[in-house]
Design a protein around this ligand. Structure first.
Ligand code: FES
Length: 156
């Protein structure tokens, strides 16, 4: 007989957000907050809990860049790549970060402290260029400002 090991966290989140199709994204978002990424097993468990197909869950998770399906660092840096930020010097910000952390876009530092990712507009275009570190926005960035911000995170 097959033994089903309950995924307590998924169950808890389904209790919190509900078990309709509309609950899917809030549940996946909370899983990312909790685990820092979505594991395949969690996605399968969410599908079972919501009684939807695993393909639906995988499709949703891989469509939204904020729903990470890979293990990320403790601090996920997302640099806005959209036009206002691009025109206001996003490339200089990016190269400064790459230089300080010794990683390229899309990579995670070997100590798993930082991941560097691109994002579409994060809603701070009027204060471009902008980035997020986890949920905290940083705006009107300059290479100097971003260096100071990163130094603080490196010390943490
Ligand atoms: S274009 Fe970068 S925050 Fe909107």
């Amino acid at each position: 007989m097959e033994t089903i090991i309950e995924n307590e966290l998924v169950r808890e989140l389904a209790n919190k957000h509900g078990r309709t199709r509309e609950s899917l994204i809030p549940i996946l978002q909370d899983l990312v907050v909790h685990n820092r990424f979505l594991s395949r097993q969690d996605m399968v468990d969410v599908a079972r809990e919501l009684d939807i197909s695993a393909a639906d869950v995988f499709g949703t998770a891989t469509f939204y860049s904020f729903l990470d399906t890979e293990v990320r660092g403790k601090y996920v840096i997302r640099i806005c790549k959209t036009i206002s930020c691009a025109m206001k010097g996003k490339n200089d910000i990016l190269s400064t970060i790459e230089e300080i952390l010794k990683v390229k876009m899309g990579e995670t530092t070997p100590d798993r402290k930082f991941s560097l990712l691109e994002a579409n507009c994060i809603g701070w275009c009027h204060k471009a260029p902008a980035m997020l570190i986890n949920d905290t926005p940083y705006t009107e960035l300059t290479p100097r400002k971003v260096t100071e911000i990163l130094r603080e995170y490196i010390k943490k």
